[in-house]
Ligand binder design. Sequence first.
Ligand SMILES: *Cc1c(COP(=O)(O)O)cnc(C)c1O
Length: 386
Amino acid sequence: MNPKIWLSSPHMGDHELAYVQEAFATNWIAPLGPHVNGFEQDLQTFLGEGVEVAALSSGTAALHLALVILGVRAGDEVICQSMTFAASANPIVYQGAAPIFVDSESDTWNMCPQFLELAITDRIRLGKKPKAIIVVHLYGMPAQIEEIMYVSRKYDIPVIEDAAEALGSTYGGRQVGTFGDIAIFSFNGNKIITTSGGGALVSANIDYVAKARFLATQALDPAPHYQHSHIGYNYRMSNVCAGIGRGQMEVLPQRVLQRRHNFNYYLQAFQDVPEIRFGIEPSPHYYSNHWLTVMQVEGDRFTREALRLSLTADNIDCRPLWKPMHLQPVFEGAPYYGYDTCETLFNTGLCLPSGSNLTDEDLLRVVSIIRALYYPAELIHLTKSI
Ligand SMILES: *Cc1c(COP(=O)(O)O)cnc(C)c1O
């Protein structure tokens, strides 16, 4: 059996362990501590645009707090991109609110601004104005964020950017996560950088970030005894995990280039296969971290499943795209505004191994398996210089 090639595995730099050892040496083994402050500062500097950052226990926790801070309550409606991971939508239900799903456009595979506006006007017509919009920068590709922000301002509905997969991606030279009213990032083990588990809430509104820190530490009112006037959560990041994050921030620019290298490698390796298409940046405005390289398998020679099974048989980790939320059993009956763009992407899309720690030999192995299907007579003498 060939060694396993992972979809996206953790990739440590040289200094993470030193930061963790420092946490041990100083006995800062707690949520909060100097590494948490340092990690927040590192992220703030990286993102720019005057944003503040609260480091949290996960991206899901950050999304939950974003909804609490924006005042989403039981019975409210929140618009969410359908094509995403369930963690984008679940916190809507934690609040007792109802998700309204919106289709993607075919350029970035993210929320379609036209269907967004249709959803908003229809919900208003039905008597309920949505309380928030959750837009996702899926697989690292920036959404059409300018158009989405325009619609959001037109109807005065706040935007939460789910940038869990998109740290280091930019739109018009500006980091994603700095456009919306609030944004979230994830540092789960499979993301472009990891703290083993963790997340962040980001906003240029310092009151929002202060509120996130307050709510994430059990909502302790200032008093010598335990006094509470709000329902709190235990959502802060641990100082040990933040130490990993500080080391990872040092290598983030490198990680972006490594992921983009994977993408370009695959793009070139399949440029002569007409049935294989990639999610490319639609214009120079878009700069994707290419967290995962995603391809669409078209035509009727081979299905996406045929490719997936061939790779799996060779011990190569790969998977279909996220299954749209409006097709998930748990969200059955939720309103959906759109056509079949995200459903088609789900049916034809395959995520290829994309870790920043993959070697060109690993990439060549992936490419060779797929090329052998389309060109069985081809002598596999692809070189590393592809
Ligand atoms: C990973 C992810 C999340 C959740 O982040 P966690 O840190 O795993 O809780 C949310 N949204 C998207 C799009 C993600 O990929």
